[in-house]
Ligand binder design. Structure first.
Ligand SMILES: C[S@@+](CC[C@H](N)C(=O)[O-])C[C@H]1O[C@@H](n2cnc3c(N)ncnc32)[C@H](O)[C@@H]1O
Length: 236
């Protein structure tokens, strides 16, 4: 479904076949432009990567309850979710959201309740505190401009017992590989919108999360499955 804008450039709230499509105003950003431009060709470009990523995506089939997927992109994860989970998906690119809407119809996914245009760095403007049992993401915090602020927003909308489940690529434990990642980082950021050299574990710890599980999806440890819970160790 294409997203329409009113005369002042505000996205128009529309009713979709699968429930409401809420859209929030997103500030212009160069990374957002990259993803809007890539949206139509994204799945085709990523076919090779799917050999690795699909191994991690199956984790989403076991979770139930209220789930928020952030940075849902073209909706590649949507078909993996458990039929009993209630999913809200969010991405700041309206072009990506259009692709995800198409998949919801194609696979007849009744468990996808809403797809929302919005910025991860502003989740608490859109949702009540402690709304979700799970927040999920795949290959997202490599591209969020301020990952710490995004993760802090995730923490606000997660229930106290909630979990953040991520598939991310970032720095490996193998040093020579990291030199390559750092070398190519400016290129991938400019052309493809993501960084290669992010340290997700450190970012999680600096945002009030405790990583409870990590698993290398590929032998280099670049792609990882990370499960984190809210850390209460600084609370009095
Ligand atoms: C590399 S793509 C991954 C898409 C999808 N999760 C997947 O696994 O194929 C990163 C996605 O994160 C979205 N994204 C990046 N920063 C965001 C932000 N601040 N708010 C919402 N979405 C964001 C991009 O628009 C893009 O769709």
């Amino acid at each position: 479904m294409a997203i329409r804008f009113n005369k002042s450039g505000e996205p128009i709230k529309m009713a979709s076949k699968r429930g409401n499509l809420r859209n929030f105003k997103v500030e212009p950003n160069p990374t957002l432009d990259v993803y809007n431009n890539l949206a139509k060709s994204y799945d085709k470009r990523n076919q090779m990567m799917e050999f690795v990523l699909s191994k991690g995506r199956s984790i989403f089939s076991v979770i139930k309850g209220d789930v928020l997927e952030v940075g849902a992109g073209t909706g590649i994860n949507l078909k993996y979710y458990n039929a009993e989970a209630k999913i809200i998906a969010l991405d700041w690119s309206n072009e990506m959201v259009s692709q995800a809407q198409f998949k919801v119809k194609k696979y007849n996914l009744d468990n996808i309740k809403e797809i929302i245009v919005g910025d991860i760095q502003k989740l608490s403007d859109y949702f009540d505190p402690e709304s979700f049992d799970y927040v999920t993401s795949s290959c997202v915090f490599c591209s969020v401009p301020n990952p710490i602020s995004g993760l802090k927003e995730v923490s606000k909308v997660l229930k106290p017992s909630g979990k953040l489940i991520q598939i991310e690529h970032g720095l490996s434990t193998i040093k020579p590989i990291n030199m390559c990642l750092k070398f190519f980082d400016p290129y991938t950021y400019k052309r493809l919108g993501f960084h290669l050299n992010r340290n997700h574990i450190r970012n999680l710890e600096n945002s009030g999360f405790e990583v409870t599980y990590q698993h290398n999806i590929d032998p280099t440890g670049i792609f990882r499955l990370l499960i984190s819970k809210k850390s209460f160790k600084y609370e009095i």
